[in-house]
Write a protein that binds this ligand. Structure first.
Ligand code: SF4
Length: 333
């Protein structure tokens, strides 16, 4: 999920000249406070290797009439070697390579625009999906880590009034592979040297993944968890990012937080609170009308108890809205 996602690039951004239209919502803008859980557009993107676990990949390759071990070769190229062109897959006979690539490694994200800020250390990318929808990801390189902020939905159904994405409504869920592909693209950018910064000798790899782009990932639960497994599975089955480097941000979908705690993935949870009292939070974060401040915080605490992982509380200060002293005191109690 994104908090107050900017609608314009930072002033220091350099960009390619073509303007990009925002994602086209497939429905009317939501009414104030209206929540949408079911994605209205049902069309699925093409199946991709990253939608499948290793045994499903083997079955998929065999169903195409090829030997099962080809699945592992494809996984190695995609997750471990970050191969960008089928020509580099020289251990796959040419006669079957094109078929396997077309069926299991279709292009899911087409780059539309990149914006660089912070002296080239931060790169925001706009991607077009197979159905023309647009999503964004942001890669940030620090001296000893590289963080990618990814999207999990086209639009968002949570309708937070301060958020541009929320005002567009929910167009559709991303597939696991569409989520994973944002991380793979970031890893390729780092490897190509497209991102400035980083201490000398620091590894050129994605170390942190945050679900803070477009969408509420816990409302797209199975695709998000599938993506997290692909991102954290050791290479070549997955990208091998430490689960401790993953942060799931949520506005507080209580049953999904409890379900996530039971997955056995030691990732960080970030609860976007933004108000400590139900009256204001019902306005600022409409999901609060479903699960209150106390219920959301209790779920976050249960997450900590089950996983032992740190939980962070996010609170965006809005002048005159949620920045009163008494609310700070209430937040601290
Ligand atoms: S939950 Fe959705 S509407 Fe709310 S801030 Fe995040 S992306 Fe925006």
């Amino acid at each position: 999920m994104s908090d107050a996602e900017p609608t314009t690039p930072p002033a220091s951004a350099m960009s390619t000249p073509a303007p990009v239209a925002p994602p086209t919502p497939s429905r009317a803008r939501p009414k104030r406070g209206e929540l949408t859980f079911a994605a209205p557009r049902a069309g699925r993107p093409p199946q991709h290797l990253a939608d499948l676990d290793p045994s499903e990949r083997k079955a998929a390759v065999e169903a195409l009439g090829h030997k099962g071990f080809r699945a592992r070769q494809l996984s190695t190229h995609y997750f471990e070697r970050l191969v960008e062109s089928p020509e580099e897959m020289s251990d796959l006979p040419k006669a079957i390579r094109d078929d396997l690539v077309a069926r299991l490694l279709p292009q899911l994200l087409t780059p539309i625009r990149t914006l660089a800020a912070d002296k080239g250390r931060t790169i925001k990318s706009v991607w077009r999906l197979h159905d023309g929808a647009l999503v964004e990801s942001v890669l940030m390189r620090y001296p000893r880590r590289a963080t990618i902020c990814i999207s999990s939905q086209v639009g968002c159904g949570m309708n937070c009034p301060f958020c541009a994405t929320g005002q567009e409504g929910l167009t559709r869920n991303l597939s696991s592979a569409e989520i994973v592909e944002q991380v793979v693209q970031a890893a390729r950018m780092l490897r190509r040297g497209d991102v400035a910064g980083g201490a000398e000798g620091a590894p050129l790899r994605v170390s942190n993944v945050v679900f803070m782009g477009m969408g509420e990932a816990l409302a797209n639960y199975s695709a998000a968890v599938g993506a997290i497994r692909r991102i954290t599975d050791p290479a070549p089955d997955g990208l091998g990012v430490s689960a401790r480097g993953i942060t799931m941000s949520t506005v507080g979908l209580v049953p999904a937080i409890d379900k996530l705690a039971a997955e056995g993935i030691p990732m960080t949870l970030a609860l976007s609170l933004h108000a400590p009292d139900d009256k204001l939070r019902n306005e600022l974060v409409p999901i609060n009308t479903r699960w209150s401040v106390d219920e959301a915080i209790d779920a976050a605490y249960r997450y900590f108890e089950v996983t032992g992982r740190r939980v962070s509380i996010e609170y965006a200060l809005i002048r005159g809205m949620n920045d009163q002293g008494w609310r700070a005191d209430l937040l601290g109690t």
